[in-house]
Design a protein around this ligand. Sequence first.
Ligand code: AMP
Length: 176
Amino acid sequence: MDQATIQRIKTAIRDVPDFPKPGILFKDITPVLSDPTLFRAAVDLFAERHRQSGVQKVAAIDARGFFFASALCDRLGLGLIPVRKQGKLPYKTYELSYDLEYGSSTVAVHQDAFVPGERVVLVDDLLATGGTASAAARLIERAGGKVLEIDFLVELAFLKGRDKLKGYPIFAPVVF
Ligand code: AMP
């Protein structure tokens, strides 16, 4: 993928100050979703990495990860596993709680989501502090999957989320 296309995606991402709470500068990826050329280019970024990577399943983080992961699955002919917030998945789940800046959150995955040893790429829209992706990756492993890589469209590098994801290869083409 050429740098000009990555730059076009970066330029389209909209800053929304004080959302969802005061002091947070929210990176809104919906202008990327609504532009067919940019949406396809974003999915291409992930697809290019995984045509030959040996990945067997795509896991995606609730909710914006679902957009990119489902298009990626369709592109590569792979199945999708949702990693959701607590209380959303209907069948038996494994759950993991993790700390947020204020309070905590819990992610869940279906117990039968993975064949033991299945190679998984985990997808989300944005890497901030890394807490969510770290919990999701550990949960996938608990359910028997092997996390090959964690892919984000966007990384907020100043939050040093990679430090929480040591041991996992990270791909994040758009960096702020
Ligand atoms: P974290 O666990 O801090 O890495 O947060 C990751 C999740 O929160 C991702 O699913 C992001 O979609 C969302 N998120 C956190 N901070 C931001 C931000 N500044 N702009 C947009 N999304 C964010």
